[in-house]
Design a protein around this ligand. Structure first.
Ligand code: DON
Length: 617
C-alpha cells in the first residue's frame, strides 16, 4: 500500500481537527475488560481514506488497539456471505434496539437479537460462522480481515484472554441464544470466536481502509480486492446507520448523518458511501461506550464540510458532457469533393453525445431526457462513453431499454469508447446484438459518414477505382486536360497490400502519391498524459486524394508513417520524374504546384476549423 504524505487543504483540516480536540479531557477509558484499562487516554489519531485510494492521517494513526465492536458489521457481512440473506434473517433482526451494546435485547417470542450491531446479534452471527466452518473459523476470519484492511492482522492474545476470563455477561447472552435455538449447538466456540474477533489488533489507518472498502461497495480501493459484494455492503451500511452507535444511534444519524461503528477500545469508523472512509482512535469513552473525541471529530467534520448523507448536493445535468451536431465534428478520413458535397446537407442528422461520470439512475434519466429533446432530428447517434466511470448493474437495464427503443424508432446507434465498461457485453442486454461499438470516436464518426454516403450517394457515384482518368484526382481537377496527359506520362502506378508501409517516418520526401483505390492511414505515435505512447491515426485518404505532398514540396524527410489499411493503388510521381518534367514542361509543373498549394491550404483550413470547434464543444 503506498504511503502518501499529502500536504494539502485536507491534511490541514485534519491537523486543525486534531488540534481542536486533543485537549478534551472528558470520558473514561474502558476497564470492564481489565486489559483495555492499560490504554493511554492521550492517544489520538484521525485518518481519512478515499475511494480514489488516497490516505490523509494525523496523530496516533499507526498505534495498534483492538477492534472490539467495529468487528460487528464485518462479521455480519461475512455471515451473509457464507450463509444467505434468508438464513441470517431467520437468526437476527435488523431493528435498532435503542439500548446499550451489551443489553440482552432479544425478541421475547422468537429470541432473535434485535440487530447484529449489539452483542447478542454479533454473538449470533459468530455462531453461524462457527457452525459453517467448525475448526477453521479463526483462520478464515483473519484472512477476511486482512483483505478488508489490505494487510495481515493478528489477535491481541492478552486482550482476548482478558475478555474470555471476564466476559460473563456475553457468556450469559450466548447461552440465552442457545436456549432460543438461535445458536443451535454448544455456544462456547461461538463465544470464543466472538472474543477473538473483538481482540483483532488494528491501527486507525487500518480502520479507515476498511471503511473505504465499505464506501466502495465492498472493493478495497487500495488493493483492488473485493472482500464483499455490493448488496451485502449496502445492508451493512444501513445497519451501521440505524444501529451502529447503539442507544445514541438516532441522535447520531440526526446530527452527523453518517453510517458509523464504534468500539470500546476507542475506535470509531464512519463511511461516506461512494466517497470516504473515516477512522478515529481515542480511548476515553462517553456513557454510550463511544469515543468522546471520535464523536466530536465526526460531528465537526460532518457539519464543517457537509458530509451528512442527507445533505447531498444536487447535480443538474452533469452526465451530458457535450452534445452537438454532426457538422461540428468530422472524421479524420479526408473526403473527396464529391463526398463532401453529398455529406454537407446531411451531417446534422448525426448527433454526438459524450456522457460522463456514473451512469446510475440519475445519469440515465439525464441521458434519456436529452434523447427525448432531440428525437425526430437524429438518424445516427454516436454515444461516446470514454468518460463514463461506472454503469451500475442495477440501473443498466434502463439504459439498455432506452437504447433499444431509440433503435426501434430507426435511429442508428454507434457506441464509441465503451471498452472500459462491460456495456457492450453485458449479459441480458438486448441492444448488444443490434448496435456496433467502436474503439475510437474517430472510427465511429467515420462509420456515421459512411452510413450517410450509403443512404444519400446516387448509385452512379460509387467509386470503384477502375477509372484511369486522372481528372478523378481531385487535386488535379484544376489542371487542363493537356497538362494532365503530360503529367500522366511521368507517373507510375504502384499497388499495396493491406498493412504495407507506403511511407516510413524519416524516409526522404521524394515521392508524391495520388490515391487511385484503397485506403491509406497516416499514423503517428502520440504521447498522452499518462506518459504512454499510442499509435494514433491523424488522417485517412481514399480515392481521388493525394498524400505525401508536404515532404515532396518542401524536400524534407517524412514525419509520420503511412500505411495501407485496405489493398489499393496509387499514382506515384518520383522526384526524378518531377525534375524531368520541370525541364521539359515547366508550365505543367507550375500548374501542379499551384494545385498542391490549394490542396494543402484546404487541408489546413479544415484542420483549423475542427480544432477551433473542439474548443467550443
Ligand atoms: O462485547 C464486548 O463487551 C466487547 N468485546 C465489545 C464491545 C464494544 O466494543 C462495544 N462498543 N462500543
Amino acid at each position: 500500500m503506498p504511503d502518501q504524505p499529502h500536504s494539502n487543504v485536507i491534511q490541514e483540516l485534519l491537523g486543525e481537527l486534531h488540534a481542536s480536540f486533543a485537549g478534551v479531557r472528558e470520558g473514561r477509558v474502558a476497564d470492564y475488560i481489565p486489559e483495555l484499562a492499560k490504554a493511554c487516554p492521550d492517544d489520538f489519531g484521525i485518518v481519512i481514506a478515499t475511494s480514489g485510494g488516497r490516505i490523509y492521517e494525523i496523530g496516533d494513526t499507526r498505534k495498534e488497539f483492538t477492534i472490539q465492536s467495529i468487528s460487528k458489521p464485518f462479521i455480519y457481512a461475512l455471515a451473509l456471505k457464507m450463509l444467505s440473506f434468508d438464513v441470517m434473517a431467520s437468526k437476527i433482526d435488523v431493528e435498532p434496539s435503542g439500548e446499550a451494546f451489551n443489553a440482552i435485547s432479544l425478541d421475547p417470542d422468537s429470541g432473535k437479537p434485535r440487530n447484529p450491531m449489539i452483542n447478542a446479534g454479533a454473538i449470533a452471527a459468530s455462531a453461524q460462522i462457527c457452525d459453517a466452518n467448525p475448526g477453521g473459523a479463526v483462520d478464515l476470519l483473519l484472512e477476511y480481515f486482512a483483505e478488508l484492511a489490505g494487510r495481515p492482522l493478528t489477535i491481541n492474545e492478552a486482550v482476548y484472554r482478558s475478555e474470555k476470563e471476564t466476559g460473563h455477561r456475553n457468556r450469559a447472552i450466548g447461552h440465552l441464544l442457545r436456549n432460543f435455538n438461535i445458536i443451535e449447538s454448544d455456544p462456547e466456540p461461538a463465544l470464543d470466536l466472538y472474543f477473538r474477533q473483538c481482540a483483532i489488533s488494528v491501527t486507525c489507518r487500518d480502520l479507515a481502509v476498511m471503511a473505504a472498502t465499505l464506501a466502495c461497495q465492498g472493493r478495497n480501493p487500495f488493493t483492488g480486492g473485493q472482500p464483499l459484494s455490493y448488496d451485502i455492503t449496502v445492508r451493512v451500511l444501513a445497519l451501521m446507520g440505524t444501529c451502529g452507535m447503539y442507544d445514541f444511534a438516532g441522535q447520531w444519524l440526526h446530527d452527523v448523518g453518517i453510517p458509523a461503528k464504534s468500539g470500546v477500545a476507542g475506535g470509531v469508523m464512519a463511511v461516506i458511501p461512494g466517497r470516504l472512509g473515516i477512522a478515529t482512535y481515542s480511548p476515553p469513552l462517553d456513557g454510550f461506550g463511544n469515543s468522546v473525541r471520535g464523536v466530536a471529530v465526526c460531528r465537526q467534520l460532518s457539519a464543517g464540510v457537509g458530509l451528512s448523507l442527507f445533505n447531498q448536493y444536487y447535480q443538474v445535468d452533469a452526465t451530458i458532457r457535450r452534445s452537438y451536431q454532426g457538422s461540428q465534428r468530422k472524421s479524420r478520413r479526408w473526403r473527396s469533393e464529391r463526398e463532401l458535397e453529398i455529406l454537407a446537407p446531411h451531417r446534422d442528422e448525426v448527433r454526438i453525445i459524450h456522457v460522463q461520470g456514473v451512469l446510475d439512475f440519475g445519469g440515465i434519466e439525464q441521458l434519456a431526457a436529452e434523447l427525448v429533446r432531440l428525437s425526430g432530428d437524429v438518424r445516427i447517434l454516436i454515444l461516446d462513453l470514454a468518460h463514463v466511470t461506472e454503469c451500475p448493474m442495477e440501473s443498466s437495464g434502463l439504459l439498455d431499454r432506452q437504447l433499444c427503443s431509440l433503435e426501434d424508432q430507426g435511429v442508428e446507434i454507434l457506441l464509441s469508447r465503451a471498452g472500459r465498461l462491460p456495456l457492450v457485453s453485458r449479459a441480458g442486454w438486448a441492444i448488444t446484438e443490434r448496435i456496433d461499438a467502436y474503439e475510437h470516436l474517430d472510427s465511429a464518426l467515420e462509420a456515421a459518414e459512411e452510413l450517410l454516403l450509403t443512404w444519400y450517394a446516387p448509385a452512379a457515384d460509387a467509386d470503384n477505382g477502375d477509372d484511369d482518368d486522372l481528372a478523378d484526382q481531385g487535386v488535379l481537377a484544376a489542371l487542363g486536360a493537356d497538362h494532365r496527359r503530360i503529367l500522366a506520362e511521368h507517373l507510375v502506378r504502384r499497388s499495396f497490400m493491406a498493412g504495407d508501409f507506403v511511407i516510413r517516418r524519416g524516409d526522404p520526401g521524394d515521392e508524391l502519391f495520388l490515391v487511385r483505390s484503397g485506403s491509406f492511414d497516416i499514423a503517428l505515435d502520440i504521447k498522452t498524459g499518462d506518459g504512454q505512447s499510442h499509435s494514433t491515426r491523424l488522417a485517412t485518404f481514399g480515392p481521388g486524394l493525394c498524400f505525401g505532398e508536404i515532404g515532396f514540396v518542401a524536400q524534407t524527410p517524412r514525419t509520420a508513417d503511412i500505411i495501407a489499411t485496405r489493398p489499393g493503388e496509387c499514382w506515384v510521381l518520383h522526384r526524378n520524374a518531377f525534375d524531368e518534367l520541370s525541364a521539359s514542361h515547366p508550365d505543367v509543373v507550375i500548374a501542379l504546384l499551384k494545385a498542391l498549394t490549394c490542396d494543402i491550404g484546404a487541408k489546413l483550413s479544415q484542420t483549423s476549423v475542427q480544432l477551433t470547434l473542439m474548443e467550443h464543444y
